[in-house]
Design a protein around this ligand. Structure first.
Ligand code: GLA
Length: 465
């Protein structure tokens, strides 16, 4: 027996060879895995803006409707304000052909989806479409399960720029692997597509979707009423740290203009979504907008807060049963402050602008950085006559130290952090602008009583002088 044969038959070869093979396979699997689930970078660096058919039209979609929505978006000035995606939601699809290709409704889309996409593109807009990770969509149209790569190629051929991917029809599927699979399929198809994950927050997508998609729904569906909207808003409180350029929490599309809320409530809805750095997908009938609806959706100062390049989601700074104060750090050491009157009554609120000017939130939380409340509790902004309650120096929902650092076990104290902080800014460093009145404030006193209607907001931008 040759030396080679003897070696092959030896116990050493029997053990080492399979081990080497295993090692090789593991390295190959690791390489494949690291390539998988890497979404397209450099997309949605600010929250996506556009229009989606669902909230107003549900299954009543057609090529005429979508093309008219594109025209109306432009004629209303919404494209100029930044809304640039036109997205067809559920019900455009009816079946799969003998090759498994998705088939659109031939009556509603007689020229096919690419024709609509081309029209949208010809207007300088971007085109989006909808499917689901399960076997069927929420309206029981064919879903993407088992057809991910095929569908991704089809979408690329259509000229899709944005895919909303729902969670209906999923049974025992694992959410993270299902969405990663579609993300990889899109990547493989080669056309940069914003991937909008719509699994309603059921599997905490904020914890895993940052590398998989560009936005993820955080809750169930919004309805066109105050309770639904405010309930969804409250659920965003602990999610600020997960948002940033290319990765957004999505509290669902806008209901502004659909008729179920008052103008004041719609203004609040829009303001809160902008404070959250939410995607701004209008969901109303763009062809028939009232002047009030237009003035909300087209408030460029409010949109600028949403679209700020720093990409920070606001943090709830103080709250009690009736009020909340939200602060969104903006680029250039500016900030937006939103006072929310959640109550059903008109309120007169003492606002301490000096205190608001001094709030410092450089990280994703306040991290114990803001100045101590003045002795006696005077100047508790937005809380009329409120005495200083124990712990009021700690912003709502935040740990007193290191709150902005997820998992910080032993965060440094405020004193230890101080040397790294730039000099604090005060009210004299800012012009305070009322974002709905479109006016700079002339403050005779640093604390001022502000009248607030029920269910209303006041939004101030602290603009650097
Ligand atoms: C789900 C989604 C909605 C919408 C519908 C369409 O409910 O969350 O946003 O897309 O499906 O059927």
């Amino acid at each position: 027996m040759s030396i080679v044969n003897r070696f092959i038959l030896s116990p050493y070869f029997q053990i080492i060879y399979p081990m080497k093979k295993l090692l090789f396979l593991s390295v190959a699997a690791l390489i494949a895995l690291s390539a998988a689930g890497q979404k397209f970078d450099n997309l949605a660096l600010t929250p996506p803006m556009g229009w989606n058919s669902w909230n107003k039209f549900h299954c009543d979609v057609s090529e005429a409707l979508i093309m008219k929505a594109a025209d109306a978006l432009i004629s209303a000035g919404m494209k100029d304000a930044g809304y640039d995606y036109i997205v067809i939601d559920d019900c455009w699809q009816v079946s799969r052909d003998e090759n498994g290709e998705i088939v659109c409704d031939p009556e509603r889309f007689p020229h096919g989806i690419k024709y609509v996409a081309d029209y949208v593109h010809s207007k300088g807009l971007k085109f989006g479409i909808y499917s689901s990770a399960g076997t069927v969509t929420c309206q029981r149209r064919p879903g993407g399960f088992g057809h991910e790569y095929q569908d991704a190629r089809t979408y690329a051929r259509y000229g899709v720029d944005y895919l909303k991917y729902d969670w209906c029809g999923s049974t025992s599927q694992d959410a993270k692997s299902s969405y990663t699979n579609m993300s990889t399929a899109l990547r493989t198809a080669g056309r940069p597509i914003v991937f909008s994950i719509c699994e309603w927050g059921s599997n905490k997508p904020w914890e895993w979707a940052g590398t998989v998609g560009h936005l993820w729904r955080t809750t169930g569906d919004i309805s066109d009423n105050w309770n639904s909207m405010i309930d969804i808003f409250e659920k965003q409180k602990d999610l600020s740290r997960y948002a940033g350029p290319g990765r957004w929490n999505d509290p669902d599309m806008l209901e502004v203009g659909n008729g179920g809320m008052t103008t004041e409530e719609y203004r609040t809805h829009f303001s809160l979504w902008c404070m959250l750095a939410s995607p701004l997908m209008a969901g109303n009938d763009l062809e028939n907008m009232t002047p009030e609806t237009k003035s909300i959706l087209l408030n460029k100062e409010m949109i600028a807060i949403d679209q700020d390049t720093l990409g920070r989601q606001a943090i709830c700074y103080r709250e009690n049963a009736d009020y909340q104060i939200w602060v969104k750090t903006l680029a250039n050491n500016e900030k937006a402050v939103c006072l929310l009157n959640k109550s059903d009554e008109k309120k007169s609120v003492l606002v301490d602008f000096e205190l608001l000017a001094g709030i410092r939130s450089f990280g994703r939380g306040f991290g114990g950085m803001m100045p101590a409340p003045p002795a006696g509790g005077a100047g508790m902004p937005g809380m009329p006559g409120a005495p200083a309650a124990p712990g009021m120096g700690t912003p709502a929902g935040q740990r007193p130290q290191g709150a902005g650092t997820p998992g910080a076990a032993n965060p440094p104290t405020a004193t230890q952090q101080r040397p790294r902080m730039p000099a604090p800014l005060t009210l004299k460093d800012y012009t305070v602008r009322d974002v709905w009145e479109h006016k700079d404030l002339t403050l005779k006193e640093t604390s001022v009583y502000v009248e607030m209607l029920p269910h209303s907001v006041k939004v101030y931008r602290f603009v650097r002088k």
